[in-house]
Design a protein around this ligand. Structure first.
Ligand code: FAD
Length: 289
């Protein structure tokens, strides 16, 4: 997301300084939008970036930042002007900037392959040329555009989890016997597997369709990405949860992988905008309200 935002909206100077390193993963970036007081209502954020000569001075804090503390660059949505979305700009803050600090590593239910931390700004000064795109007031637009691709990414993670769950459960029900026959001989098992496979295939098709529309710059891309994210992350979590049920008690043990797939995919219904907010985006595109 950060690399895409830098590539799409960054100045030539910003791209030449950061983009190659981001693409080669020499640098990792964190996307900093959410705050303790503004989650779904992201446009009400209160972290400020005040201009002082040739610098911006940032104050405030961001919550739930993926890879916070480990990333090299932070793309921070901060208020440079009026209240609401038009007063928000995106500022690039490198890790070693004085005044930038991090909260404790959050203890999460899943999604533990990367740390999640608060990111804190206390009189954190960066040069004015760290304003993404060199334009004030476009940060909310940049952030929302970045989320379109982020929603395809996170849906793809859900698909991976559901695919792995389905493979694991097919093996288990073919092997495990109760009442003298494999679990796969019971009609409930067969119907569960059929429904789960259908949900997985439908998710894949929706996410690929949204990705195609996004690549093509379609005017329906934002709504399609939101629709795909809501559908795929709900459907794939359901696949993981039902897989666990078919594993019986073994599914609840950490010795077996399905519990991890369920814990990891659960957060996809929350991050990159909750699935309720996805419905707000989709319905707004249809109803115009
Ligand atoms: C592991 C993890 C990693 C994350 N990584 C990042 C990151 O890297 N960068 C970043 O900026 N953020 C990140 N987030 C934050 C994430 O995007 C927010 O948690 C999410 O947007 C929801 O905000 P909130 O937690 O404040 O919930 P709230 O906004 O308080 O929502 C609580 C509930 O109310 C519902 N709700 C709110 N408003 C409405 C409405 N208008 N209509 C209907 N229902 C509504 C929500 O759907 C939800 O069910 C991460 C979160 C997690 C858990």
């Amino acid at each position: 997301m950060c690399s895409w935002m830098m590539d799409t909206f960054g100045t030539e100077e910003q791209k030449s300084k950061y983009l190659e390193k981001l693409c080669e993963m020499e640098y990792l970036g964190s996307y900093c939008l959410t705050e303790p007081g503004s989650g779904s209502d992201a446009a009400s954020l209160s972290t400020t970036a005040k201009r002082d000569g040739n610098e911006y001075v940032l104050n405030g804090s961001k919550a739930f930042i993926s890879n916070g503390g480990n990333s090299d660059l932070y793309l921070v949505m901060a208020r440079t002007g009026e209240s609401g979305p038009k007063g928000i700009s995106t500022i690039i803050v490198p890790k070693d900037t004085p005044g930038l600090s991090f909260g404790k590593k959050e203890s999460k239910v899943g999604w533990n392959s990367q740390p999640t931390r608060a990111v804190i700004f206390e009189d954190c000064r960066v040069p004015v040329h760290n304003l993404l795109g060199g334009k004030e007031g476009f940060g909310f637009k940049f952030a929302m555009k970045g989320l379109d691709g982020g929603r395809v990414n996170v849906s793809s993670c859900s698909i991976g989890g559901a695919d792995a769950s389905l493979r694991a459960v097919i093996e288990h029900v073919s092997d495990r016997k109760q009442f003298g026959k494999p679990l796969s001989y019971f009609q409930n098992t067969q119907f569960e597997i059929a429904e789960m496979a259908s949900k997985l295939v439908a998710s894949r098709l929706m996410v690929r369709s949204a990705a195609r529309l996004l690549d093509a710059g379609s005017p329906t891309a934002t709504a399609s990405c939101a629709m795909a994210k809501q559908f795929a992350t709900d459907a794939c979590f359901d696949v993981c949860n039902r897989s666990l049920q078919l594993f019986g008690g073994y599914g609840y043990l950490k010795d077996y992988p399905v519990q991890q797939y369920m814990r990891d995919t659960r957060v996809h219904q929350i991050l990159e905008g909750t699935n309720e907010i996805m419905k707000v985006i989709v319905s707004r595109s249809l109803l115009g309200v």
